[in-house]
Design a protein around this ligand. Structure first.
Ligand SMILES: [Zn+2]
Length: 334
């Protein structure tokens, strides 16, 4: 989630489902995203506007901010940039954590976002250490996982979806998890073998990797701040939107994440822009996502989506041709 220059309000309902022993939370929270410094500089108070929560980037938290927000009746939640490879310039300084695409090349940054390889042990240790530091230093009311997804960009009017990651740790992790032996000499050959022979297992494994991140973050939060909530900023798309791209490309599965997330926060601020431009970009998105399908039999998913657009219907092709031409790392739509 970018640092928006303006506030937006989140309505968080359903918090009454907290575990036993936790302090009862109000049924409805009206929260402001981003540091309220500019707002305070105008001499305003958060409670004058009915705001009772603030969501502040973990790097922007300090004791004075927490104290003032609480004095104005707010709970303080930390936004935690989970898989943002640009955080701390980590990927720049640790190229082994740069996501690798299905041609074996480091993936290009997606506008203002660059993901990190979720299975890179160094990056994971780096983020988990930052989480512990945050929780140890600040008595926050919760931590909201942001950027919990594989490399992609869904916050742009023209979303960018890329198939990653095929570096050593991901290929190794996938094989270890599934018991499959991925065939091929080069990364490109291995990626193609996966797409052609084990695409659904690969999608499931990618989901499981993110769930394991959520599990460790959840457990760490509850260990260090037992009353704190664990939230997740989520792309506001339904399971079936854009050919199931939320699960198939981003690797996000609400049901799988649910045990480790107290509150999901759909990012409705970006959904309208994406949907307005769906007709212009659907073909390209489908070209990208269709290769996640395990077989040709799933290609008809393009049908209903294409009917929503004014574009020429996404052509049904032979499976290898579709993989080769339409679905190589997706070019940005312009
Ligand atoms: Zn990887």
């Amino acid at each position: 989630m970018p640092n928006l220059p303006v506030y937006f309000i989140l309505a968080l309902a359903g918090l009454q489902t907290l575990a036993a022993g936790q302090e009862a939370a109000p049924a409805l929270m009206l929260g402001a995203y981003a540091h309220p410094g500019a707002f305070w500089e105008r001499g305003e108070r958060l409670d004058d506007f009915g705001v009772n929560a603030v969501f502040i980037h973990s790097g922007g938290l300090d004791d004075d901010t927490i104290q003032r927000a609480r004095a104005e009746g707010c709970r303080v939640f930390a936004e935690f940039a989970t898989l943002n490879g640009q955080y701390g310039d980590y990927v720049l300084e640790h190229p082994e954590a740069h996501p690798i695409d299905d041609s074996g090349e480091p993936v290009a940054p997606a506008t203002w976002f660059l993901g990190a390889c979720p299975t890179d042990p160094g990056f994971r240790a780096f983020r988990m250490s930052a989480l512990r530091d945050l929780l140890t230093r600040f008595d926050v009311d919760g931590v909201w996982m942001d950027y919990l997804h594989w490399h992609a960009q869904f916050e742009d009017p023209y979303p960018i979806f890329v198939k990653t990651c095929f570096n050593e740790s991901c290929l190794g992790g996938f094989q270890q998890s599934t018991g499959l032996h991925v065939q091929g000499e080069t990364v490109a050959q291995k990626a193609r073998w996966i797409f052609m022979n084990a695409a659904s297992q690969w999608e499931d494994w990618r989901v499981s990797v993110l769930v394991d991140w959520a599990r460790e973050i959840h457990d760490t939060v509850k260990e260090l701040r037992p009353n704190a909530l664990v939230g997740n900023f989520q792309v506001a798309w339904k399971d079936e939107d854009l050919g199931g791209v939320r699960r198939r490309c981003l690797g996000l599965d609400f049901r799988a994440l649910r045990p480790y997330v107290d509150v999901f926060s759909p990012m409705t601020t970006v959904a309208p822009a994406n949907h307005q431009n769906t007709s212009a970009s659907t073909s390209s998105i489908l070209a990208s996502t269709s290769t996640f399908a395990p077989s040709r039999a799933t290609i008809p998913v393009c049908g209903p989506l294409c009917r929503l657009t004014t574009n020429r219907a996404f052509p049904l092709r032979s499976w290898p041709a579709s993989w080769n031409t339409a679905s190589a790392p997706r070019a940005r739509v312009s």
